[in-house]
Design a protein around this ligand. Structure first.
Ligand code: NAD
Length: 298
């Protein structure tokens, strides 16, 4: 194997220590405890796991966790009323509504009902606009985690060719904005892209956020490129009768060619939650007119 493995799990653990440190200082110096409210509607099994992990890590960092579980039949008006209450609650500094929402709900309307200052997912239209125009915003957690790993690995990203595969609002588009902000030459590839292999072969940085198991083979990767695998796909393992998680990248073949690569699990996933915690501390500091935490997001 040629590539270095980018250890997102270790990176995220270090970040959580810094978050915990900031939280204890906020408590000791200002009597403030950052609070994160997570709203889960329905019983999607993957969402339940994510919400459980978020709660656990929020509490471990010394923050307050407010969890709201609503039945899948909850009327949208009830969810909007809950969001309004959380917006007004001074103990809540961050609000996260776990996606996907049930089909009868308008996710855009719900996300845009969140106070942008508490929108720690960075999905509110105001934060999207601020990010797109290079202004201070709440940055979506998954792309932020990817960017931190890229900076850590590569230092300056200026002038590098970056290809983001996937154009979703929560990963692909904000990832492309962040890379543009770092002065990369950015290509966004998607399901209608012609000759994806050729597009990816030009890239110094590849970020795969598609949701298709192992769709990027090593033969697409430019030698020495840095590969960030956002995909989380559960596949069956016939030999054991069990399942396992794989990314959007074929790890074994890509690791032969890439300079560095994130594993799945243990790459982007842990960084996403660590960035959520960091965003909550940032939101708390901004809400209280305190300086933003130094050295948390690097
Ligand atoms: P999405 O379904 O909203 O978007 C997928 C994108 O992939 C679309 O823009 C589509 O155009 C593109 N696409 C589909 N087929 C393609 C193809 N054949 N070639 C090129 N592009 C294609 O998904 P999403 O929410 O952006 O998530 C993507 C993946 O990342 C999923 O596996 C998801 O589970 C994972 N994810 C992981 C984290 C994390 O913390 N690690 C966070 C969010 C999402």
């Amino acid at each position: 194997m040629a590539a270095d493995i980018i250890d997102g799990k270790a990176f995220a653990a270090t970040m959580r220590e810094k978050v915990a440190d900031h939280v204890s200082r906020l408590k000791a110096d200002h009597g403030i405890t950052p609070g994160l409210a997570v709203v889960l509607v329905g019983e999607d099994p993957a969402s339940q796991v994510y919400v459980r992990n978020k709660r656990k890590q929020t509490v471990e960092c010394g923050m307050q966790s407010f969890e709201h579980r609503l039945s899948p039949e909850t009327p949208e008006a009830d969810l909007l009323a809950l969001v309004k209450r959380l917006n007004a609650d001074p103990a809540v500094h961050g609000i996260l509504v776990q996606l996907p929402l049930p089909p009868h709900m308008n996710a855009d309307a719900v996300i845009n009902a969140i106070d942008p200052a508490k929108d720690v997912d960075g999905f509110h239209i105001s934060n999207v606009g601020l990010l797109g125009t290079g202004q201070k915003s709440m940055v979506p957690c998954t792309p932020l985690g990817c960017l931190m790993m890229l900076r850590d690995r590569l230092g300056s990203l200026s002038g590098l060719d970056a290809v983001v595969i996937g154009r979703s609002n929560i990963v692909g588009k904000p990832m492309a904005q962040l890379l543009l902000g770092e002065s990369c030459t950015v290509t966004i590839a998607h399901s209608r892209t012609r000759d994806l292999a050729e597009v990816v072969r030009r890239a110094d940085i590849v970020v795969a956020a598609v949701g298709r198991p192992r769709m990027v083979p090593g033969s697409w990767i430019k030698p020495g490129a840095t590969v960030i695998d956002v995909g989380i796909n559960r596949i069956a393992v016939p030999e054991t009768g069990k399942t396992r998680l794989v990314g959007d990248v074929d790890f074994d073949s890509c690791a032969q060619v890439a300079g560095a690569i994130t594993p799945v699990p243990g790459g982007v996933g842990p960084m996403t939650i660590a960035c959520l915690l960091a965003n909550t501390v940032t939101a708390c500091c901004r809400a209280n007119g305190l300086p933003e935490p130094d050295g948390l997001i690097v």
